[in-house]
Ligand binder design. Structure first.
Ligand code: 13P
Length: 247
């Protein structure tokens, strides 16, 4: 099973549902639809209405983050996995570099993962190195550390997806070479097999994915799908990625 996850970040108002309607229509008529899942993570403000709207349709709705406590607490503006699940979210991103750079650390991320799983959300755990780490050839070490600090054997790996998003590639148009990316993905899966024993959860790639470079990514069979930012805000761009992936 492959995954095409669209992360809207700070984008979208109720009428933006039109974008998802087009994606849903494409999916429902696509002969390859049994091979992949489409998940969209709109901002918190749209999760309830979109989850209701797409309840019996093909698109699943997820959140972009969750708070590191269970159920309810006295933290102003915090939103827990329990609250997200109660309005229909099925997934949540955790550890996106945007949130790591705003202060999410490994301890917080571990609690986020724990409570998300406890509240029946599937977790898309994001990891990635920055430009300096890449330049200093620290990528593999950084990724290993990010995984080992947060994921544990006792977590249900069936409900975990890992997204590799090199920070230098997010929104920049720069992407890793096929060779680099294949090596990195194999490394990530090896670390994950070490944590979970036997098989690794799915590993996605994210960072400037679009309708043309997806042809290169599809040659890397270790990649189980994509986390798509910019190109998920336009139905045509998002659909082109799926179309060209299966072409
Ligand atoms: P872009 O596809 O815009 O580079 O964003 C990637 C991303 O951060 C998805 O979470």
């Amino acid at each position: 099973m492959k995954y095409f996850i669209g992360n809207w970040k700070m984008f979208g108002v109720p009428k933006s549902v039109n974008i998802l309607n087009k994606i849903n229509l494409f999916y429902s008529e696509d002969k390859n639809r049994n091979k992949y899942r489409v998940i969209i993570t709109p901002p918190f403000t749209l999760i309830e209405s979109y989850s209701k709207y797409f309840k019996n349709k093909s698109i699943s709705i997820g959140a972009q983050n969750c708070y590191q406590k269970d159920q309810f607490s006295s933290n102003t503006a915090a939103i827990s996995s329990y609250m997200l699940r109660s309005v229909g979210a099925k997934y949540t991103l955790i550890g996106h570099s945007d949130n790591r750079s705003e202060g999410d650390n490994d301890t917080m991320l571990k609690d986020k993962v724990r409570y998300a799983l406890k509240n029946n959300l599937k977790v898309v755990f994001c990891i990635g190195e920055n430009k300096t780490e890449k330049k200093n050839k620290k990528t593999l070490n950084v990724l290993k550390r990010q995984l080992m600090k947060v994921l544990e054997k006792k977590f249900n790996k069936k409900n975990i997806i890992v997204a590799y998003e090199p920070i230098w590639s997010i929104g920049t148009g720069q992407i890793p070479t096929a060779n680099e990316l294949q090596k990195t993905t194999i490394h990530i899966k090896k670390v994950l097999k070490g944590i979970f024993k036997k098989n690794s959860p799915a590993v996605l790639y994210g960072g400037s994915v679009d309708g043309s470079n997806v042809k290169m990514f599809k040659e890397i069979k270790e990649i189980d799908g994509f986390l798509i930012g910019g190109a998920s805000k336009t139905s045509k761009k998002f659909i082109d990625i799926i179309k060209n992936y299966y072409r």
